[in-house]
Structures are given as C-alpha cells and as structure tokens.
Design a protein around this ligand. Structure first.
Ligand code: AP5
Length: 220
C-alpha cells in the first residue's frame, strides 16, 4: 500500500503511522522528524528549516520535496510506503503524483485523521517526544513506563519547541489555509479516506486497518 497521512497538528498522524508501518510491514517517513533531525545536527538545511518551524510556518516546498523524493527513490517502492505530514499543500501533492508517475506507481489512498480542535489542544499540551529516536508519548493517554524516559531507547523526553501555545495557533492557521485544500485534491481523485480520529489510540488504529482491509478487498 502507498499511503499519505493528513490531518491537523497533533491529530495523531505520527502515532498511527508508526503502528501501521509495523502492522503492514512497509517503511514510513515523517518530514517533520527528518527536519527535526537536521535541526538537531546543526546542518545548513537544519538551520534554514528551524527559522520556519519555530514560527509554525511551512518549510519551503523545494526543500521538503527533495527530502521526500530522495527517500522514495531509496526504498523498494513496489513494497509500499507511508508518508506522515506530507503533502502539506496542493503543490506538494502534485509533485508527489509526478514523482510516483516517474516511478510507475500510484498512490493507494490519502488517510485523513479527523480530530476536532478542542481534542487537539489536549493531545498537544501533553505530548512528550524522545530527543533521540523521535518516539511520541502523552503524559495522560500514552505515558512512558519511566518518568521522562523513552521506552524504546531510554533517552530523555522533551516538549517540542513548536508545541508552545502561540506556535500551535499559527500551525493551525497554516493547516487551515494550506493543507485543508489537499483534502479536496484527493477527494476529487477518489483517494480520500476520512477516519474518525476520536477515541483511544488502539480504537483509531483498528478503524484505519478496517478501512484499509475494505479497500484492498474491493480492489481485488
Ligand atoms: P510535523 O512534525 O509534521 O507536525 P504536525 O503535522 O503539526 O503534526 P504533529 O507531529 O504535531 O502531530 P501528529 O498528528 O503526528 O500527532 P502525534 O501522533 O504526535 O511538522 C512540524 C513542522 O515541520 C511544521 O510546522 C513545518 O514547519 C515542518 N514541516 C513538516 N512537514 C512539512 C512539509 N511537508 N512541508 C513543509 N513543512 C513541513 O500525537 C499528538 C499527541 O496526541 C501525542 O502526545 C500522542 O501520544 C497523543 N495521541 C495520539 N493519538 C491519540 C489518541 N487517539 N487519543 C489520545 N491521545 C492521542
């Protein structure tokens, strides 16, 4: 399956993509994670990306499209993939279609995690992220076994810089203006799967798997 995950900041995209990647046995990539690693490494790309991320703005398309294209060309595309947090605007969606066309494959579906704003605020305000491996936790809904320590690699958990209230508000504005139109782009192509993102992490995961099973049986 070749999938992209869409949804407002904090909808649970990263959480679900990591689970789905394991369940389906396909590689996944989050543009946000790659950019945060570049920032942490202090690279030139990271320094440029940071100036946008700290303000809650999108990093310029040319940078992000190159990251995605490089990754897609590095994997066995026939086996499938999941992209988390890409595309963020219609230009990125069109560029993805073009890259996939050149690679003779098509996107299977765009999964939209539908979560209302009040729930998003609860999710983002309690999120903890691992500084080293990027694993995501929530102080209430998905706490780590040990306080502020990653279950996966034992490193320190921290609150993301862009989870501060004013930056979250700006990320929402950007989502509404630039990313929401991407939903229509995929709807018009008959590829949009809307998933109710409310409920526990496991409930949402079951819903996604069920829809993907239905999709794969209907295409046989
Ligand atoms: P990015 O890292 O992609 O941030 P985002 O889209 O705002 O999404 P988040 O990572 O905040 O949330 P999520 O939906 O993955 O939720 P999560 O699973 O963590 O992007 C950051 C920045 O990078 C952007 O602002 C931009 O600058 C740049 N960028 C990235 N991609 C770009 C692109 N393509 N183009 C240009 N710029 C780009 O869950 C959130 C919390 O909720 C967690 O604590 C989790 O444990 C909890 N949770 C999850 N599911 C549930 C549930 N069902 N019930 C209760 N709690 C839950």
């Amino acid at each position: 399956m070749r999938l992209v995950f869409l949804g407002p900041p904090g909808a649970g995209k990263g959480t679900q993509v990591k689970m789905l990647s394991k369940a389906l046995g396909v590689p996944s990539m989050a543009t946000g994670d790659v950019l945060r690693m570049e920032v942490a490494s202090g690279s030139e790309l990271g320094r440029e990306a940071k100036s946008y991320m700290d303000k809650g703005e999108l990093v310029p398309d040319d940078i992000v499209i190159k990251i995605v294209e490089k990754w897609l060309r590095s994997i066995n595309i026939a086996k499938g993939f999941i992209l988390d947090g890409y595309p963020r605007n219609v230009r990125q969606a069109r560029e993805l279609d073009e890259i996939l066309r050149q690679m003779n494959v098509e996107l299977t579906a765009a999964i939209y995690l539908d979560v209302p704003e009040n729930e998003i605020v609860r999710r983002l305000s309690g999120r903890l992220t691992c500084r080293k491996c990027g694993a995501v936790y929530h102080i209430e809904f998905n706490p780590p076994k040990e306080d502020r320590k990653c279950d996966v690699c034992g490193s320190e958990l921290y609150q993301r810089e862009d989870d501060k209230e004013d930056v979250v508000r700006q990320r929402f504005r950007v989502y509404t203006e630039s990313t929401k139109p991407v939903l229509d782009y995929y709807k018009d192509k008959g590829k949009l799967l809307v998933i109710d993102g409310l409920g526990s992490i496991e409930e949402v995961n079951k819903r996604i798997l069920k829809r993907l099973q239905e999709l794969s049986s209907s295409s046989k």
